[in-house]
Design a protein around this ligand. Sequence first.
Ligand SMILES: [Zn+2]
Length: 286
Amino acid sequence: MHSAKYGSYTFLDLDWNMVIHQELVQSNEVSSSNAMELEGLKRGLQFFEDNQVEVASLVTDRHRSVAKYQREEEDLNHYYDVWHVAKGVTKKLHQLAIKKTCSEVSARSKSISNHLYWVAASSQDPEEVILAKWLSVANHIMNIHTHDSVHYPKCQHGDLPTTGKRKKWLKPSTEACEKTVDIITNIGLQRDITKLSYHQTSSVEGFHSVVIHFAPKMTHFGYKGMKSRLHLAALHYNENAQRAQSRCKDGRERYSVKFPKHKKGEYTIVQRNLCNQHRICVFMFV
Ligand SMILES: [Zn+2]
């Protein structure tokens, strides 16, 4: 994540679900604020190399400079984090839905984002199948469930209820529909869809909210203050990451529904852990 002054880069081990390294880059250290993200990534990878830590695969967001680096460094197994990709698509759909003529798009944005997560979960499939699965949603939103593709000829959801409360389909040739299809079929997005990470990336979203808690975006901190807050967020996250999930009497795992502010009224499902009091570790940075 970055503000005008800093770019912070956090490396999370997805198998351990633990923060293992952090870099904080100041905007005056690089040529432009755009370059901070890549600089953080490069410094982190150098740190691992210097410490003989082998990086088997790397999952990042779709920042343009990082994507370019990914194309150049062919021996790096590089994937995109589905949470970041879904966030980008949802943002575009929300911006579109603000237009009076396109307001019906807002009812569709959650299901399009869910579809993206579903596509990512099947990312062991060949690239053509992954892409065809993703593009099928451009038809689905118009109530078309058979597709002009040998790789994914029809939706897998079966018969849909025709009565009761259900979202309206988008009408073909309307501005709302055409612009939504443009967002789904964007060439850059199509290229990246085949590189979605199949890892459980809810940890990335979890860590993001911990950082916001310790370093609210609206407040500016000095370099040391920012670095300390990042370390605090990492220690807090690592202390709490391994807690076991609580269960109902019949043994089912417990979840809660939350409505985080950044999701603008949309929900997120979080697992309920055994102890609701977070274990906070206090760390002084001198
Ligand atoms: Zn369908």
